[in-house]
Design a protein around this ligand. Structure first.
Ligand SMILES: *[C@@H]1O[C@H](CO)[C@@H](O)[C@H](O)[C@H]1NC(C)=O
Length: 214
């Protein structure tokens, strides 16, 4: 009995270690549909249905924020069958002049496909080159954003544009550069930010109060 208890404790510890080190890789199972009751467990396969792998309404996006952007997402958070598959899929509508600020996905590369309109998409290479590869994409064009690099996405059509984006991670992560620096909680020291951006401190303090987009 004691040895069973020790084994259980060891397994429980391993499980928590496995969760904290979780990353996208080849799954051990055909699928692991998220169990709505047993958090962190796979749903009993007998209870899994086709609906667990599907989502409707990606053509009816919700307003994202003041960037004039609306999104609909298919991911493990919206669709339980996506769990452990290492993928996230979104559809995004950009109003006239809509854009996303420079951002990065620390855990994924991203394929962008233009369904409608015209988008300017670019990414920046690492220090010390900071080379900016950007391109205007029209309907039917696709491009890839390399793993983790800062990139820019903006609508340059005369009206709305629509894209899909897919990520090779269940949890790609979104780091919006302006917000992560100027809307940090608690705030990053403004003297330091002013020095780093070669701005006067007043401008930095102004940015720290106004930049709260997300
Ligand atoms: C920010 O850093 C400067 C310079 O080190 C320091 O004088 C100032 O007190 C700091 N500001 C805050 C709010 O901590």
């Amino acid at each position: 009995m004691a040895s069973v208890a020790i084994l259980c404790i060891a397994l429980a510890l391993m499980n928590s270690i496995c969760i904290s080190l979780a990353f996208d890789t080849r799954p051990l199972l055909d699928f692991c549909v998220t169990d709505p009751i047993g958090i962190g467990k796979c749903k009993d396969p007998k209870a899994v249905t086709a609906n667990d792998f599907s989502i409707s309404g990606l053509d009816r996006p919700r307003p994202f924020n003041s960037y004039s952007v609306a999104t609909a997402i298919a991911s493990a958070s919206t669709t339980p069958g996506f769990n452990t598959m290492g993928q996230t899929f979104i559809r995004v509508e950009f109003a006239l002049n809509g854009y996303l600020p420079p951002h990065t996905h620390p855990r994924a590369s991203e394929v962008i496909y233009v369904l409608e309109g015209t988008m300017e998409v670019g990414f920046l290479t690492s220090y010390p080159d900071h080379k900016y590869y950007s391109k205007v994409l029209n309907k039917g064009d696709a491009t890839i954003i390399p793993f983790g690099l800062v990139h820019t996405v903006r609508n340059v059509a005369r009206g709305k544009s629509v894209i899909t984006a897919s990520f090779n991670s269940q949890n790609p992560g979104f780091i919006f550069v302006p917000d992560s620096l100027f809307a940090a909680k608690p705030a990053i020291n403004s003297t330091y930010l002013a020095a780093a951006f070669k701005l006067d401190e007043k401008t930095v303090k102004d940015l720290q109060t106004k930049l709260w987009y997300i």
